[in-house]
Design a protein around this ligand. Structure first.
Ligand SMILES: Cc1cc2nc3c(=O)[nH]c(=O)nc-3n(C[C@H](O)[C@H](O)[C@H](O)COP(=O)(O)O)c2cc1C
Length: 308
């Protein structure tokens, strides 16, 4: 699957549209970010790729001087309002445009400190929100993306939000950004259709681990577990499946392929990964994906256990 990486037009003028066409040609699912640089509808009408839609929840940050509130030092505190109407609008647009699932990203209550973005004063067009949210933010320092996220992402996201999301869409809901078995169990309890084990490519917090094995054990096959992050070779996909993932998501390699050669570059990346994956299966004696088992990989943990 292609992971949501909301910067495609910075890599290539056709951005997510070219990526979606490559996904369709290679029979791969594309997850479109709600921060994408092409609109939900443009990507949908460009080809017949199977598409999932990635969602962040929104809020509205307003200075309380509008409400006449002051704190003791004379400054005006900021007030935060949830903007479920915006989340609802965008989910309904995705549903209407034929997206097959919602992938709710839960690991970005705030943006991690992305020093390259700050240095480059990063700006990314937010076409999905034109006329809905102000995307022209004044930030004297740092990246505009950071300012946008600070002002508009709902940092108070909680489990009730999933109940609400289920009430406004018939699409299955996957949760992306799970790292622990406790969160995975709770996610199953509230009725998600799938779990994406991900540390957001390490872009949020340095040193966060991805712990697929613990999550797979906790979930116990009740819903599919997907692995995201660090897949660079077919062997990585094979290892993920051996550890219990049902699919993998690929982010940056797709962007690199897009930057190098547009739609053809993305196709090449996906083909290379698939070829390497099939070769690994053949060399491990696995005629089909169902033949890939836990015994095909040995982790550091296994090594320790074998020494006891
Ligand atoms: C440039 C860039 C933009 C991203 N934008 C989003 C996003 O909008 N939503 C999201 O859930 N994840 C986003 N991610 C994280 C990816 O979905 C994915 O978790 C990560 O790239 C996977 O790791 P990989 O790049 O090692 O394959 C982004 C990642 C990158 C590199």
């Amino acid at each position: 699957m292609i992971a949501p990486t909301a910067r495609h037009q910075l890599a290539h003028p056709e951005g997510e549209v070219a990526t979606a066409r490559a996904a369709a040609a290679c029979n791969t699912i594309m997850v479109l970010s709600n921060m994408s640089t092409c609109t939900v509808e443009d990507v949908a009408s460009s080809c017949n790729a199977v598409r999932f839609f990635q969602l962040y929840f929104f809020q509205f940050l307003s200075c309380s001087c509008l409400l006449g509130l002051k704190i003791s030092n004379g400054t005006f505190p900021e007030q935060v309002y949830k903007r479920r109407d915006i989340s609802a609008q965008i989910v309904q647009r995705a549903e209407k445009s034929g997206y097959k699932a919602i992938v709710l990203t839960v690991d970005a209550p705030r943006l991690g400190r992305r020093e390259a973005d700050i240095k480059n004063r990063m700006v990314a067009p937010q076409l999905n929100f034109e006329g809905i949210l102000s995307t022209d933010l004044n930030s004297d320092e740092g990246s505009k993306v950071e300012a946008f996220v600070k002002e508009t992402f709902d940092a108070s996201l909680c489990w009730e939000e999933i109940e609400w999301l289920k009430s406004i869409t018939n699409l299955p809901i996957l949760i992306k950004g799970v790292l622990t078995h406790e969160v995975a169990r709770k996610a199953v309890e509230v009725g998600v259709a799938g779990i994406v084990v991900s540390n957001h490519a390490g872009r949020q917090l340095d040193y966060t681990p991805t712990t697929i094995s613990g999550v797979v054990d906790a979930v116990g096959r009740k819903v599919p577990v997907l692995l995201d992050g660090g897949v660079r070779r077919g062997t990585d996909a094979f290892k993920a499946l051996a550890l219990g993932a049902q699919a993998v998501l690929v982010g940056r390699p797709v962007i690199y392929g897009l930057a190098a050669n547009g739609e053809r570059g993305v196709r090449r990346i996906i083909e290379m990964l698939k070829d390497e994956f099939e070769l690994t299966m053949a060399l491990c004696g696995c005629p089909g994906v169902m033949d890939i088992t836990r015994s095909h990989v040995r982790t550091e943990c296994d090594k320790l256990h074998s020494m006891l």
